[in-house]
Structure formats: C-alpha cells, structure tokens
Write a protein that binds this ligand. Structure first.
Ligand SMILES: Nc1ncnc2c1ncn2[C@@H]1O[C@H](COP(=O)(O)OP(=O)(O)OP(=O)(O)O)[C@@H](O)[C@H]1O
Ligand SMILES: [Mg+2]
Length: 505
C-alpha cells in the first residue's frame, strides 16, 4: 500500500425501511455499520408515506454511529457515496428546507387512476420509447403531479421556483451540502431514469413529457453522473467530498461488479430487483421489463440495464410477522417453512401494490390460492418463500426473451439471502446455480465503489472486481417434472389476482 494513513470510504444507504451508513476499507470490507429504521406511514389502503425530516435526522445519526464504531474521524474518510430507495418522491421548500408533505413511497398506488388517465388512448406505453418505463404508479413523475394537485397552493409556489423536487438521493445530498444555505440540488442518471421524466438517450429531462405530466421544470434537480464529486459535506462530515449517487438497485449492480454486458444480479430485500447489464445499448423490452440506466462513471458513456422489478418479497415476510403475527422474526419464516415438506397445495401471490414486472397490472391484489382443510401456517410460510422464487423465475424468463442470453448463474444479495431454504428454492425453480458474495451489503458497497472511483481511491473497475469473493453457492436439486407442475400452478394463482380492482368512479 502506497499511503501510510488508513483511509476509508463511507456510504449512506437511505432505504425503504431503514437508513444505513457503512464504512469500507480499501479491500471493500465492512469496517462498521450504523443503522436505524424509520416509520412506515399507511394513511389509506394502498398509500405509503415516509417522514423526510425523520429520515434526514436518522441519516445524520447513522453516519455519526458508523464513524464512532469504526473509531475514525471525518479526516479519515476520503469520500462519501449515496444510495437510496428509488422513486420515493419528495417536494420541499427551497428557503426553509421543510418538506411540504410526507414523501410518497415507491410502493404507493394513489396515482393509479392518474396513470390510466395519462395513458389515454395510447395506453401504458405512452412514454416507453423515451423513458424505458410503462406509465405506472411506481414512478416519481405522477407522484409529483399528485402532490402539486393535492397540496393547497403548491403548484403556484412550484411555478414561482420556491419548491424543489427530489428522490431521496437529492434530499440527502442537498441537506449534506448545506440545505437552504447553499445545498446542491442534483440527482444522478440512475435515479432520474425512474421518474418517467428523463429521456434515456439524452440523459436530460424531457420537456414534452414534463409538460404532459404537468411538472414545472423549475422543481427538477440537475442530472449528474453516478460517480463524480457533487460538493463537500458540511456538519459531521465537513470537508468530505460527496462523490456518488446511485439508486439502490443500480448500486447493488455496481457492488456486485456486474460491469460487463450480460452480467446480472438479483437483490432480495423489501422487494426484489433483477438487473442485467446491457452495456452501451438501451435495450427495449417487449416482455414487461424496464429499460433503465445502470450507472455512469464521470464523463464516460452511460451503461444501461434491463430490470425486472418485483414489488413484494421481503415485505411479505414482514407482513407475516407484523400484520399476521405468524412469526416473531423474519428469520423464523425459514424454521416454520422447513417444518413441512412442501406447500401443501397452497400458493401465495402477494400482489399488494398490484403486480409489477412482467405484468404491470395495478388492478391485481393479493391472493392465497389452493387452500384446503389440510393447509397449515407452515405451508403458508413455504408458499411465502416460494412466491419470491417463482416471481424471480418469471423475470428471468422475460429477460431471456428480451436479451436472448441464457442465464448461467445468478448473483444474489440483500437481507433475504440469509434464508437458505429460499436460496435453494430459487436455484431449484431457475434450474441454475445461485451465488452470494462475501459482502451481501452490495448496495452500500456499490455506492462506496462509485465514490472511491470518483476521487481516485480505487484506480478502475478492474480493481473492484478483484474484491468480489464467493461466500456461498446453491445448485438445483428439483426434478424437472415437479418444477413444471409447480410453475403451472403458480401461474394459475397469478391469474386469479388480476382484475380484482374494478375501475372506480
Ligand atoms: N431470514 C430471512 N428470511 C426471509 N426474509 C428475510 C430474512 N431476513 C430478512 N428478511 C427480509 O429482508 C428484508 C430486509 O432486507 P434488506 O435490508 O436487504 O431490505 P431492503 O429492501 O434493502 O431494505 P431497505 O430498502 O430499507 O434498505 C426484510 O423485508 C425482511 O423481511
Ligand atoms: Mg436496501
């Protein structure tokens, strides 16, 4: 090592359920972690909100905690990276820094009707060519429009330039760099690619779409690369360059070092997101996937990705714990599911916010199908885990159709990968090996890598690849005829979720 002083990169992961700060060393190893959950606010069925002030307070707390646990000061931190829950939408007052409303979370379905209306006679692919996305309540643009229409006087203030929009990357960076006192208002290409407002080819806001959605361009942040210095932090990290921003799923792609076209990863957290690097080509999907920006390093060309998004996976386990009370901890789902041989004929399709990829059906709602008097809570636990596996299978099938690349192995990460039964089940239904790296916190790692590249802490992506180490691997054990039968049953259950909501009014 050339330098004598110990130096580190810190990454903030502002997630859906918690905020984390992780300190990494030069080998990409975790030195310390600070983490804090925030409140999930459910004002009405289908609505999900976060208190952005609470989130900012938590972010500051976890940063201090991580530094303290590592026994380092801000002088030891070479750069700070940011990663975040994507699409979650906030508008705040430029002068005071106060949010004008709770943040509307990506899972929130309140803009369903608005999206249908925006699709008009063209349908949900109205902006797909420009944005790579279907018109769905998942994305930020319609959420901005909802806020402008539903918060008293907000549209006028927005048009007068008093209001700023941001996803959580923008909110955190703006506050870190001074807030009302000179904070920089930026986002990165990956986060911007989830708004329905950015043109994938120009990597800039699309004025025509902004107009169609009724979003004044004055509220929008500047779109920057994923790895570059946006500004210097103030406060506890005073002087540390803020040097990366990536949506959490793109950060995981980066952290898994999927730098070549054809490399893919799947992250199992609140939801599950499978991203395939497609290189310099933005591949259109004809099978219900999203075209998105994977990352952009400095002024290099952007790298695109195909994405399969599943709204509910880990959150179904949380639901079993918090709403149903069938387990006391997330880990217990494995114990319970392992107490039986199979699902006993039950299938659980958790279409709580409609169905995301590959269906994009907002009229779907959850079902448990195949119930008989025989089924126990253990069978349901098994069905819960299998739901994650089958949803993965559907995405992989769509990806193979769109990319014509056959999956040879799947790199996985995220909180659910500590569940062995689930990992085995995924390998079984995909009929492919599943591999997990040593650092399963790939989201933070990816943000740290990007920040480290931006300040020259790591020389290039090859140096990062050398850090990737396999920790565990699962290989398929399921008979082909069982796989086929179960997949067919799963698809039948999926069909039963559709059309549950009928068009209101
Ligand atoms: N042993 C387990 N088996 C099944 N699910 C688990 C297990 N441990 C954790 N989970 C689930 O994993 C999820 C947490 O994983 P992770 O922290 O990666 O989520 P996340 O989506 O990244 O969250 P955030 O967006 O807040 O960062 C929770 O939904 C939890 O229910
Ligand atoms: Mg996360």
């Amino acid at each position: 090592m050339s330098d004598t002083r110990r130096e580190f990169i810190a990454a903030i992961d502002q997630g859906t359920t918690s905020s984390r700060c992780i300190v990494f060393d030069r080998d990409g190893r975790i030195v310390s972690v600070g983490q804090k959950e925030h409140e999930q606010i459910f004002p009405e069925p289908g609505w999900v909100e976060h208190d952005a002030a609470e989130i900012w307070a938590n972010v500051q707390e976890v940063v201090a905690e991580a530094l303290e646990r590592a026994g380092i000061t801000r002088e030891d931190v070479r750069a700070l990276g940011i990663t975040n829950q994507r699409e979650t939408t906030l508008l705040w007052d430029r002068a005071t820094g106060e949010p004008v409303h709770n943040a509307i979370v990506w899972q929130d379905t309140r803009t369903d009707a608005l999206c249908r209306e925006l699709g008009r006679n063209v349908g949900q692919d109205r902006f797909r060519r420009e944005t790579g996305l279907p018109l769905a309540s998942y994305f930020a643009g319609p959420k901005i429009r909802w806020l402008l229409e539903n918060v008293e006087g907000l549209r006028e203030r927005a048009e007068a330039g008093e209001i700023l929009f941001g996803t959580m990357d923008s909110w955190v960076i703006w506050n870190l760099t001074g807030g009302p006192d000179g904070g920089v208002h930026v986002t990165d290409v990956t986060n911007a690619s989830r708004t329905l407002l950015m043109n994938l080819r120009t990597l800039d806001w699309d004025p025509r779409i902004c107009e169609s959605l009724g979003v004044p361009m004055a509220v929008l942040p500047e779109i920057r690369s994923s790895a570059e210095v946006y500004g210097e932090a103030r406060g506890a990290l005073a002087g540390v360059p803020v040097a990366s921003a990536l949506g959490d799923q793109q950060a995981a792609l980066f952290g898994q070092t999927c730098f070549s076209p054809g490399e893919a990863k799947s992250t199992y957290g609140t939801g599950t997101f499978l991203l395939l690097n497609t290189g310099s080509e933005a591949v259109n999907s004809y099978n219900g996937l999203l075209t998105t920006v994977g990352y952009r390093i400095g002024d290099q060309d952007p790298v695109y990705a195909l994405e399969g998004s599943i709204a509910v996976t880990g959150s179904l386990v949380q639901w079993m714990r918090d709403q149903m009370g069938l387990i006391n901890s997330a880990a217990e789902i494995e114990t319970l599911a392992s107490s039986v041989e199979d699902n006993g004929g039950a299938y659980f399709v958790p279409a709580f916010s409609g169905l995301f990829a590959p269906y994009w059906r907002s009229d779907a709602r959850g079902v448990i199908a195949g119930l008989t008097r025989y089924v126990t809570k253990a069978h349901i636990a098994r069905a819960v885990l299998e739901a994650t596996a089958w949803q993965t299978r559907e995405i992989v099938d769509a990806m193979e159709k769109d990319s014509r690349v056959e999956l040879t192995a799947l790199k996985v990460d995220g909180g659910m990968t500590s569940n062995n039964l689930l990992m085995q089940c995924i390998s079984d239904v995909l009929d492919a090996p599943v591999v997990r790296p040593m650092v399963a916190e790939t989201t933070c790692l990816g943000a740290a890598y990007a920040a480290g590249l931006a300040v020259g802490f790591w020389p290039d992506t090859d140096a990062l690849r050398a850090n990737w180490r396999r920790a565990a691997e699962w290989t398929p054990r399921m008979e082909a005829d069982v796989r086929e039968r179960e997949y067919k049953n799963w698809l039948k259950a999926v069909e039963r979720t559709m059309g549950w909501l009928e068009e209101e009014n």
